[in-house]
Design a protein around this ligand. Sequence first.
Ligand SMILES: [Zn+2]
Length: 259
Amino acid sequence: MPDVVLPEVVPVSAFKDNYVWTLRNARHAAVVDPGDARPVLEYLAREKLQLCAILATHHHADHVGGVAELLRSFRVPVYGPRGEPIETLTHPVSEGDRVTIPELGVSFSVLDIPGHTRAHIAYYGAGALFCGDTLFACGCGRVFEGTTEQMYASLEKLLALPDATKVYCGHEYTLANIGFAKAVEPDNGALAAREERDRRLRERGLPTLPSTLGEEKATNPFLRCREPAVVQSASKYLGGRMAPPAQVFAAIRDWKNRF
Ligand SMILES: [Zn+2]
């Protein structure tokens, strides 16, 4: 099954700032992280689409809370992390597994990216990355169940993907994240340009996502722990102590928590 063609991906908004990424063609749709069933069911009804798969990145309720209700209307496979307590999973998956959605002609490989939760996963294929609450536009998720070392290793793993990779995150946090990123790197010109563009998108009520991995590499401080400006800001935060990249990451993650 080739994974080269990404179907159309539509953001269905849920709650205050969640996105349920909906992959679709003329007849079928698959959803990533349906925290709430209602907006998804409304979208499917309006577009006359048949749900064909559910993909979950981690067990938090704002990502899987709508699964049970969707299953009452559609009997479809539910993919999600092996090793997290999600009762509705029919296909537990982890690193090395592949998720194929024949109705949409697409398939994804599963990456283990723990840190935000113990067994958080991402789906990568057709030039797209669905990364839940691990990598955000210009930020990263909080470390709730794993360690900062795990989170850093997970982000390093994502860094190895091609720059053109489209990054579909679980939340619209971009402008707030850019606010923090500017505190870390006040002189980053790419960051200033990104703020300009993304502010305009939000003013028009449009999502700032997907971004690209290349853009994240240029502007996301959590992916820039080797950049002199980021190292220097982290060192300042640590009271002048110099630190290797993993500790630079830990320092700016801690700083962001208090920001
Ligand atoms: Zn979460």
